[in-house]
Design a protein around this ligand. Structure first.
Ligand code: URP
Ligand code: ZN
Ligand code: ZN
Length: 459
């Protein structure tokens, strides 16, 4: 099968030009002006942006969490991602404390293999680092192509590890060429504040926010950055939300340290005032939404090249599941749905409103994640030899977000009624038209597991 995309405005993290793209099989075989080739299918992209498929390196599909499971399966989640222009996601395997990393990988493979519609990879979340799990790190990197290891400094009593385990894991991961991802908030302090608010009868969603003040994130980020500096292990802070935490990273650059930073679309565009609404549980996530001044810091961080990736932390729950915490904020499953909305929200709120350039958009929505997590140049760019993962995007079309029309398996939208500028029109995944005219053209099982290379410390 061959495809010719004609006359599109090709935008990568570094380039912006009008040309044709010729695809043979799964990869791009030629790029040029007025290519004279015969293709099985031609797509006219005149007037449209042609960009690399989005990469969302932070999603939770079908994840057991807080007594329930996130509501998108690999099928519904990766399909919704494709509708929104994201062709590859990286999910988190969670180790069960007391069990091996391999047994968790087997469990996640059982969920994802043969069901994903879009491409996917895994980070391995280590919740119990000991002499046995230490031996598995090398195998994950060398044989499974899983080169990033997630740690939680929060969720005390469930997923959290202590600093002793963190240092040991960092040394092992560094020795084998991997990277540590971290959920950096102070779990002990949060646990104290949650119990304090509960004992005072302060049980509404607002107290979820008030139990995780900015200092809990700033302190843990600084501690993580210090431990990464000491061990020399490459680090990546997931879902960073606030000024205090970003300043911990800024400070580290003064001693020539490199730390990768991810924020998520929601932290850039919505704020903590939502917790005062009656349906505030919709936005209960960790860390919580922050203040307008934090949004300004995050946009600045993107333009300064300190915030490298805009992900989602997609972790959807049905409203019925959110109601598990109707009488106690600490029982509301933490998470927010956005896998389908990220690319369009970031374009509309970022590019169309003049906050970031088009090249920066591609960089933080696709290219940097591919580079940091060892998938570049197979993914994350438009170049000869790269996978033909391509989004054809109308930068002018206006549309409205709604749970009535989205494809995520969740019965509300955090962005109900938002009017956006810019819409995904056609998506190709490894040379196949996956989305066209608001219709999914590839079946369950089309998505492939992407083995990743050792991580890059340079982007
Ligand atoms: O609220 C969140 N973020 N839920 C998913 C788990 C995590 O901490 O990333
Ligand atoms: Zn987290
Ligand atoms: Zn997460």
């Amino acid at each position: 099968m061959s495809v010719l995309i004609k006359n599109g405005r090709i935008v990568t993290a570094t380039d912006d030009y009008v040309a044709d793209i010729f695809i043979e099989g799964e990869t791009i075989s030629a790029i040029g002006k007025n290519l004279s080739v015969k293709a099985d299918k031609e797509i006219d992209a005149a007037g449209k942006l042609v960009m690399p498929g989005g990469i969302d390196p932070h999603v939770h599909l079908d994840m057991p969490f807080m007594g329930t499971f996130s509501s998108d399966s690999y099928e519904t989640g990766t399909r919704a991602a494709l509708y929104g222009g994201t062709t590859t996601v990286i999910d988190f395997i969670l180790q069960t404390q007391g069990k091996s990393l391999q047994s968790a990988l087997d469990e996640w493979n059982g969920r994802a293999n043969g069901t994903a519609v879009g491409d996917y990879s895994f980070h391995m979340a280590v919740t119990d680092f000991n002499d046995e799990t230490k031996k598995e790190i090398k195998t994950f990197i060398e044989q499974h192509g899983i080169t990033s290891f997630k740690t939680f400094m929060a969720y005390k009593g469930a997923l959290m590890i202590d600093d002793r385990q963190m240092i040991g894991l960092m040394e092992e991961v560094k020795a084998n060429g991997g990277l540590i991802n971290v959920h950096a908030t102070n779990g002990d302090m949060i646990d104290y504040l949650v119990q304090k608010h509960r004992s005072e009868g302060k049980l509404s969603p607002l107290y979820h926010y008030l139990s995780q003040p900015e200092i809990t994130e700033a302190e843990a980020s600084e501690r993580f950055v210090d431990m990464a500096s000491y061990t020399g292990c490459p680090g990546y802070i997931v879902h960073l939300t606030c000024e205090g935490a970003l300043n911990a990273v800024r400070n580290a650059t003064r001693r020539n340290q490199k730390m990768f930073v991810e924020t998520c679309i929601q932290y850039l565009i919505i704020d903590a005032s939502l917790y005062e609404q009656e349906d505030g549980a919709k936005w209960v996530m960790s860390p919580p939404l922050r203040e307008k001044k934090d949004q300004a810091t995050l946009w600045a961080g993107i333009n300064q090249g300190i915030v490298n990736v805009v992900a989602t932390d997609h972790c959807p729950f049905m409203w019925e599941q959110k109601l598990m915490g109707k009488d106690d904020f600490s029982k509301i499953p933490n998470g927010h749905p956005a896998i389908e909305n990220r690319m369009e929200l970031l374009f509309s709120e970022g590019v169309a409103k003049g906050k970031i350039t088009l090249n920066k958009y591609v960089e933080v929505a696709s290219t940097n994640a591919a580079k940091i997590f060892g998938m570049f140049p197979r993914k994350g760019t438009i170049a000869v030899g790269s996978d033909a993962d391509i989004v054809i995007f109308d930068p002018k079309e206006k549309h409205t977000l709604s749970a009535k029309t989205h494809h995520m398996n969740v019965d509300y939208s955090g962005y109900e009624g938002w009017e956006l500028t810019g819409k995904v029109k056609t998506v190709l995944l490894r040379g196949q038209v996956a989305i066209d005219n608001n219709d999914c053209k590839v079946p369950k099982g089309y998505g492939q597991f992407i083995k990743r290379n050792k991580v890059s410390q340079i982007i």
